[in-house]
Design a protein around this ligand. Structure first.
Ligand code: 5AD
Length: 315
């Protein structure tokens, strides 16, 4: 089976085919998104995540309206045309963020605004959409409800997550789903169910990165997921959904030196350089050793461009 084989010829031809499909769709081009981790305040307590509510070891922050706009301004001036506002799940803060979204929309009418703010009431999703947001990322984390229950507190349900994804699609958001590869208790059967669910849902974007333990969480001593299996999934999903957007994720770059580059060569077509102000970035510690953590945004961007140039891609 493709997911499990370690036959190098099979893996090479899988990657080559996936890359060909990506190049047919997008050319030798990678699309950049400016990642702005606007707040690490979160009401959830996911067992894998460093910004879970019950982690007392991180300083909580939220960027001000002005700080967010200045991140966008910096990204726009460096040529980026999509802003990704990501944050912990915090419904009242998300509703208040609609004003900032509206101002970003008014200031940069041609930009795409992507949000990643977790599970929110339908009305808040609708408000954010009306305020000018066009895309929304909400990883489903696993298609298996039993596995979902082992990764999350009892109050969280896979059903709710999937209902949110459907609402987002109905509201006209370009919607992204996805998983962590190698999360605790994950089986190959679970990954197959994930692939099937993604195929049926037809998201516009797919976010997949390896699980990386974060010491302050209950899964702090679990092994990290496999970078190779992450790349395998990019290639398989690229072949199944030729026009979907697949970022080569930060988690992949953290786990494997040159991992994001390898991601592009396995069929991914998006990279998300970090534009969170360096002072806050370390506190957005979803997992240990996050790549790019201390650098200025412009330096991060240079690094990404160098990686891409070295494999003959441009942005
Ligand atoms: N390792 C890798 N990815 C993680 N995420 C959260 N914690 C970790 C971790 N320890 C991912 C989840 C979540 C997204 C915001 O970050 O998939 O959806």
């Amino acid at each position: 089976m493709l997911l499990e084989t370690d036959d190098e010829t099979v893996i090479d031809s899988l990657n080559r085919n996936a890359r060909e499909v990506a190049v047919e769709q997008f050319g030798n081009t990678v699309w950049l998104r400016a990642l702005i981790e606007w707040s690490n305040v979160c009401r959830n307590d996911c067992l894998y995540c460093g910004i879970r509510r019950s982690n007392p070891h991180i300083a909580r922050y939220s960027l001000s309206h002005e700080q967010i706009l200045s991140c966008c301004d910096q990204a726009w001036k460096l040529g980026l045309r999509t802003f990704v506002l990501q944050g912990g799940e915090n419904p009242s803060a998300a509703a208040a963020l609609a004003q900032t979204v509206a101002e970003i929309r008014a200031s940069w009418p041609e930009a795409a605004i992507t949000l990643s703010l977790g599970e929110l009431p339908y009305d808040t999703y609708a408000l954010l959409r009306r305020s000018g947001a066009n895309r929304y990322l909400l990883r489903h984390e696993t298609a298996n409800p039993v596995h979902y229950a082992r990764l999350h507190p009892a109050s969280m349900r896979l059903e709710t997550r999937l209902a949110c994804l459907r609402q987002l699609q109905e509201l006209g958001f370009r919607t992204g789903m996805g998983i962590m590869v190698g999360s605790p208790y994950q089986t190959i059967g679970d990954l197959i169910a994930d692939i099937r669910l993604i195929e049926a849902f037809r998201p516009g974007m797919i976010g997949i990165g390896p699980f990386i333990p974060q010491p302050d969480t209950p899964f702090g001593d679990r092994p990290a997921g496999s970078a190779a299996l992450t790349l395998r999934l990019y290639a398989i999903l690229r072949l199944m959904l030729p026009s979907v957007w697949i970022p080569a994720t930060t988690a992949l770059g953290t786990l494997l030196p040159g991992g994001r580059k390898a991601g592009i060569l396995a069929g991914a077509n998006v990279m998300m350089p970090n534009f969170t102000p360096p002072a806050q970035r370390n506190a957005y510690a979803l997992y240990a050793g996050k790549t790019d953590s201390a650098r200025e945004a412009a330096d991060n961007l240079t690094l990404v461009l160098q990686e891409l140039e070295s494999i003959g891609y441009h942005v």
